[in-house]
Design a protein around this ligand. Structure first.
Ligand SMILES: [Zn+2]
Length: 132
């Protein structure tokens, strides 16, 4: 896919399909916008470019989910947390490969990708967080 893709949340998910965590960066003031928007949230400049995040950050807060939407019911109980990346960006997501009681605020997590076979889509790629 071209790097000239529009700066939208749907582009963000198209990049996720390529296992890339992308954010929008303002060419003028350097502000990084996640989820991506076509305009800088600080200086309102529309001169935006895509940057790839390394996907490693610290756990800010988390919740253990016991009552889940239908498509996640097989995973219950699972953890959802907010991860803050090095540049101050925050992203919510599911945390896997760890027991809920082992989670600690401030621990380092990294982003990974998985492919979820689905009846309506050949393969739905999503991101999740796991221990480093
Ligand atoms: Zn800006």
């Amino acid at each position: 896919m071209s790097e000239s893709h529009p700066f939208t949340v749907s582009s963000f998910y198209l990049f996720i399909k390529e296992k890339r965590l992308m954010a929008a960066k303002c060419s003028k003031c350097g502000t990084i916008v996640l989820p991506p928007k076509p305009m800088c949230t600080k200086c309102f400049c529309t001169d935006i470019e895509w940057i790839e995040l390394n996907g490693t950050g610290k756990l800010l807060s988390y919740t253990v989910i016991h009552v889940a939407p239908e498509q996640f019911q097989s995973m219950v109980p699972y953890c959802v947390g907010i991860v803050e990346f090095n540049d101050g960006l925050r992203l919510p997501g599911i945390i896997k490969d760890i027991q809920p009681e082992q989670l600690k605020v401030g621990m380092e997590l990294k982003t990974d990708f998985e492919c979820e076979p689905s009846s309506t889509w050949p393969c739905w790629t999503r991101y999740y967080f796991k221990p480093v």
